[in-house]
Design a binder for this molecule. Structure first.
Ligand code: SAH
Ligand code: SF4
Length: 436
């Protein structure tokens, strides 16, 4: 196993076709390492540009809903009658063609492009570091406007490419097995920072279509989005909703709602709004079959216990065999992996169109738990499968670059002290759960 760690100098990436419009770029090439199994190009040609001039009060158009963008354009002087059409044009340029500057928007008059440039910006997070695993997984460390860092992971597979995106810097929920939860800094990501992760990944994978070409979802390099990175998406509901709606919009990035999965630790009262206002797929981080154990693994359970959570899931609209909810169940040795747990699990989810993703616990430095034995995971999966539920065991990906889920963590030195304290808390929690 090897990992490639590339520190990226500040710059802006622009999709290949844009460079033909001549914006004075200095071109350079990066050689990407060959990966064993990745369907993504082993070498990506990337145009590089110097860091953009600071925004100087210009308003970022990325992440705005249509009505908000319309208002913003009108407020700066776009005639009301033209605003709707302008929004559609700008959306297409940003989300379907990967534009990062207004001057390339050739179906807009030069004067209007200048107006946009004076008043607005197209700003996305900036890659500061990229790790490429031997299995093709790519982890990006992205810098957002206030200097904070977030992580985004691209996981290529034979029939799909999944982008795991973050919804917050850090997470307040302190699940005792989660590395992200050890990060003390927490803030919600803005819609631009959420949808921006998709744009940046497409830049890096060189995935902007030729003008007029619209590849189908299944043939895209980024074909699926999962909100399983840093943060609890339902603690940042409005911003996540706006970003996901842009990702699903046909004039936006046009992902089908079935290819977007929102994972929650169980904010039960918000599930109805996910159904009504977003309608994407749902994944529930269940991880335990008794309140006693779940209280310790997923402390939000003390607020909304298993019964409340199950009730909210049963009420989630449009669950059917083709549109199932996914239960995520991290397999932790001696904590939640007994066959009694497996039987309890299938009783709990009976009647819910669902599948159970078994995730071997990803160990991290100082983690208070161990991964279940493969044989135990196999037996557990068998019980669930025999009860009529798909029970795939997730293959850990990107382990050599700490990119597997739950291992997302910015490596800022400033965080180390808080991390140590958090580890001690977790150790105490884990000790309290062990028999004797
Ligand atoms: N906050 C949301 C989404 C981010 S976590 C949630 O909790 O659902 C994404 C998934 O990774 C969750 O199912 C989480 O429980 C799981 N996870 C976190 N840490 C893990 C670890 N160390 N090993 C395996 N899975 C982990
Ligand atoms: Fe937050 Fe999810 Fe990690 Fe829990 S598992 S701490 S909710 S990111």
């Amino acid at each position: 196993m090897f990992a490639v760690d590339e520190r990226i100098e500040p710059r802006i990436r622009i999709a290949g076709f844009q460079s033909t419009l001549g914006s004075g770029s200095t071109e350079s090439e990066e050689t990407m390492p060959k990966s064993n199994s990745s369907p993504i190009p082993a070498r990506a040609d990337v145009k590089t540009f110097p860091l953009a001039a600071p925004n100087r009060g210009r308003v970022n158009l990325v992440g705005m809903t249509r009505p908000t963008m319309r208002k913003a354009l009108v407020a700066k002087g776009t005639p009301e009658a033209k605003a709707k059409m302008r929004v559609a044009q700008i959306w297409q340029w940003i989300y379907q063609k990967g534009a990062r500057e207004f001057q390339c928007m050739t179906n807009l008059a030069k004067e209007y492009r200048n107006f946009l440039q004076e008043n607005f910006s197209i700003a996305v997070p900036e890659i500061t570091r990229r790790l490429v695993s031997s299995d093709g997984t790519r982890k990006y460390l992205l810098r957002i406007t206030d200097g904070n860092e977030i992580e985004t992971v691209y996981i290529p597979d034979v029939d799909r490419g999944t982008l795991c995106i973050s919804s917050q810097v850090g997470c307040t929920l302190n699940c005792s097995f989660c590395y992200t939860g050890t990060q003390p800094l927490v803030r919600n990501l803005a819609p631009a920072e959420i949808v921006g992760q998709i744009l940046v990944a497409r830049d890096d994978l060189d995935e902007w279509p030729e003008p007029g070409r619209h590849p189908k979802n299944e043939t895209r390099l980024v074909s699926n989005i999962v909100l399983m990175g840093m943060g609890e998406p339902l603690y940042n509901f409005d911003n996540v909703r706006d970003a996901v709606l842009i990702a699903m919009d046909n004039e936006g990035i046009s992902f089908s709602k079935r290819r977007i999965t929102l994972s929650t630790s169980g904010v039960a009262p918000m599930l109805a709004r996910v159904g009504e206002e977003i309608g994407c797929r749902l994944a529930i981080s269940l991880h335990a079959t008794t309140d006693n154990v779940r209280d310790k693994l997923v402390p939000i359970n003390r607020k909304w216990n298993i019964e409340a959570l199950m009730k909210a899931i049963r009420e989630y609209p449009e669950l059917s065999n083709s549109d199932r909810v996914t239960f995520e169940y991290v397999m932790i040795k001696g904590v939640n992996d007994s066959l009694d747990d497996a039987h309890r699990l299938v009783r709990m989810i009976r009647g819910i169109p669902s599948k159970v993703n078994l995730i071997p616990f990803n160990e991290w430095p100082g983690a208070p738990y161990e991964r279940s034995d493969p044989e135990q995971i196999r037996k557990f999966a068998h019980v669930v499968f025999r009860a009529g539920y798909a029970s795939p065991v997730r293959t850990p990906r990107g382990e050599d670059i700490m990119a597997a889920c739950g291992q997302l963590k910015s490596d800022s030195v400033k965080l180390r002290r808080s991390l140590r304290t958090a580890r001690e808390d977790r150790q105490a929690l884990a000790n309290s759960m062990r028999p004797n």
